[in-house]
Design a protein around this ligand. Structure first.
Ligand code: EAX
Length: 328
């Protein structure tokens, strides 16, 4: 699929730079993600595939599996641990049970600008987190972005927290996200991404929240008439490799895969940001009623959510929260 929609074209894949890498052996990487072929995440994976295949001279073959065909974020991560899948790129949020520090990214309105997320993810904090997450049968080798989350629902426009009263909102499997929506007065329920479209279609839940590009590429607009541009959470993607596979890779190929993951992460974030506004417009054109909030309206949500910071401070680690808030 070349275009994110009829109206929005994906930018062309960059050329591959860097020398060919010689090492012994033939390897296969099955790379699974939850989002679809028309999203920015998949576009990033195509770039990763191109880099790794070209620079290994075909000795490493990469096969891409979108739409949670090989499991949702948690299942794919377990498959890496079991050694039955080589790579995946989940949102950090469903993995907080394994890596409690990831919950810091679930704090509402943490990063006012995407560049601030980059500074943290690509700086010391993010690099330390990759090291810490390189355990439990996993090797964490890079960051990407799912992006700023927006609210959609099937019932009515939402402009203020009171409009959420009683709305059934699907959240990721993450207690902090549940806390956010309860605090705002909604009725949240956790669910894996793979089940979400059907749950929306059948009215099991009234709404959900995801970045514009994920809303569009997963066609949630076909079953959700209303959206609100809340930008309430910025969700990173993390690139994970099975440690069992990693340990079999010659060192030179490990370096190649790491380098390709970094380039994929940079490119994928660039695509996601370039397309964000265009896709919002596409969604409007498709008939979705999108409520854009004024800074004052956003502040009402933000103020109501400030207690969440106190509630989660001990669990996440006050120092980490302060470190990040100092940087943004
Ligand atoms: O892989 O569950 C979600 O809402 C996320 O967008 C999902 O992690 C994408």
């Amino acid at each position: 699929a070349l275009s994110a929609s009829a109206a929005t074209e994906m930018p062309p894949l960059p050329d591959v730079t860097g020398d060919k890498v010689q090492a012994d052996g033939d390897f296969k990487i099955k790379f699974s993600i939850g989002t679809t072929e028309s999203g920015a995440q998949y576009r990033g994976l195509e770039y990763f595939e191109k880099i790794v295949e070209q620079r290994s001279d075909g000795n490493i073959q990469v096969d891409l599996f979108p739409v949670a065909q090989l499991g949702d974020d948690r299942e794919a991560t377990s498959a890496l641990q079991a050694g039955t899948l080589e790579m995946t790129m989940p949102s950090t949020s469903p993995l907080v049970n394994m890596f409690p520090q990831f919950a810091v990214f679930d704090l509402p309105f943490l990063f006012p600008q995407p560049e601030m997320a980059d500074a943290v993810l690509d700086g010391e904090i993010g690099q330390q987190m990759l090291e810490d997450a390189s355990s439990q049968g996993l090797v964490a080798i890079g960051w990407g972005e799912n992006g700023y989350r927006q609210l959609t629902n099937s019932q009515h426009p939402v402009e203020k927290p009171e409009d959420l009263d009683g709305l059934k909102i699907r959240t990721m499997e993450n207690d902090l996200h549940l806390d956010i929506w309860r605090t705002l007065g909604a009725n949240p329920t956790p669910m894996s991404f793979a089940e979400l479209f059907t749950a929306l279609e059948q009215g099991v839940v009234d709404g959900q929240e995801n970045p514009w590009i994920t809303i569009e590429s997963s066609k949630f607009n076909e079953v959700q008439d209303y959206a609100t541009e809340t930008n309430h959470v910025y969700t990173p993607f993390i690139t994970l490799v099975s440690a069992r596979f990693w340990d079999r890779l010659p060192e030179d190929y490990q370096a190649l895969v790491r380098d390709a993951a970094t380039k994929m992460g940079d490119y994928q974030r660039e695509v996601s940001r370039t397309l964000n506004d265009q896709i919002k417009q596409d969604l409007k054109d498709s008939g979705m009623q999108i409520t854009e909030l004024s800074p004052e309206q956003v502040k009402v949500f933000q103020d109501q959510l400030e207690p969440v910071y106190e509630d989660w401070r001990d669990q996440i680690g006050g120092e980490l929260i302060d470190d990040i808030r100092e940087q943004v």
